[in-house]
Ligand binder design. Structure first.
Ligand SMILES: *[C@@H]1O[C@H](CO)[C@@H](O)[C@H](O)[C@H]1NC(C)=O
Length: 284
């Protein structure tokens, strides 16, 4: 009797432990990079490590950059990625985290986060863009209110039928809305997309318009990714995610203090006429 009831307890404990493990792994959502992603280029420059294979580093050296992409494609969802950018002199480098459909079609959709490096002590530029049916030119750029190379921060893309939201540590940087009800047909909504990330060199344009070159004596350069979360579940909060009063206030704070470029204010570039959504996008 005593033995079997002990055995019962053991089984119960085991069940509880397993349930807790499952719960906590979905709560952080941090899966194994091996399970969800494949390397795209750079061979050994893509390194997966850590408990549960939840850490990944990308390396850039004189010979190659590196990258990875998700095995799955999806239409809508929320993706969170913790990223720590290249420390020190990162001039000429570009670290990316983006979604794209098949680019060979000529009518691809894309949602971009790109981090343009800088010389030591100068701020990174966060570059965002949206492509619909092969058309882009929807850039907004920001500086950050912290040094993104000192610690991990969470960068998120929320994509639902109404909007695309770019967030940093849950603070919205940018909202790009679907204005099809106003007859504006510029929104990625019918092509499945994959998650991509990469680290590469673009010193012809990345840093201060190409004036600051990559210092290869500082190579190899490394960027770190960890604890990704991919929520495409039918019950996910991403489905109805939108601005509330608090997040709208934060968005205004970011746009007022940290936005350094907005295509909708670029009179020189769009002297003939602004893209149609610019009129509406003032009322986020
Ligand atoms: C680099 O630093 C300069 C000077 O602080 C700043 O104007 C620029 O926006 C930064 N970013 C890039 C990508 O050049």
């Amino acid at each position: 009797m005593i033995f079997s009831s002990n055995g019962h307890h053991m089984v119960l404990k085991l069940v509880i432990v397993v349930v807790l493990m499952v719960l906590s792994s979905t709560a952080y959502g941090a899966g194994s990079f091996y399970d969800e992603f494949d390397p795209t280029f750079g061979d050994h420059r893509v390194q997966i490590s850590g408990p549960g294979n939840r850490d990944l580093s990308l390396t850039l050296d004189q010979y190659s950059g590196s990258g990875f992409r998700s095995k799955k494609e999806f239409l809508y969802g929320r993706i969170d990625m913790q990223i720590k950018l290249i420390a020190g002199d990162s001039a000429g480098t570009v670290t990316t985290f983006y979604l794209t459909s098949d680019q060979s079609t000529g009518i691809h959709d894309e949602i971009d986060f790109e981090f343009l490096g800088n010389s030591s002590g100068h701020p990174y530029t966060v570059h965002t863009n949206v492509f619909s049916q092969g058309q882009g030119n929807r850039e907004q750029q920001f500086h950050l209110w912290f040094d993104p190379s000192k610690a991990f921060h969470t960068y998120s893309i929320v994509w639902n039928p109404k909007l695309i939201m770019f967030l940093v540590d849950n603070i919205p940087l940018r909202v790009f809305r679907n204005y099809e009800n106003h007859g504006i047909m510029f929104f990625p909504k019918n092509q499945r997309q994959r998650i991509y990330a990469s680290l590469w060199e673009a010193d012809d344009w990345a840093t201060q318009g190409g004036r600051v070159k990559t210092d290869w004596s500082k190579a190899p350069f490394k960027a770190y990714y960890r604890n990704f979360n991919i929520d495409t579940s039918d019950k996910g909060a991403w489905k109805t995610h939108d601005l509330d009063e608090n997040s709208r206030r934060r968005l205004r704070w970011v746009q007022k203090n940290y936005m350094i470029y907005d295509y909708c204010s670029d009179w020189k570039r769009f002297s003939q006429s602004f893209p149609p959504e610019c009129k509406n996008s003032k009322f986020n």
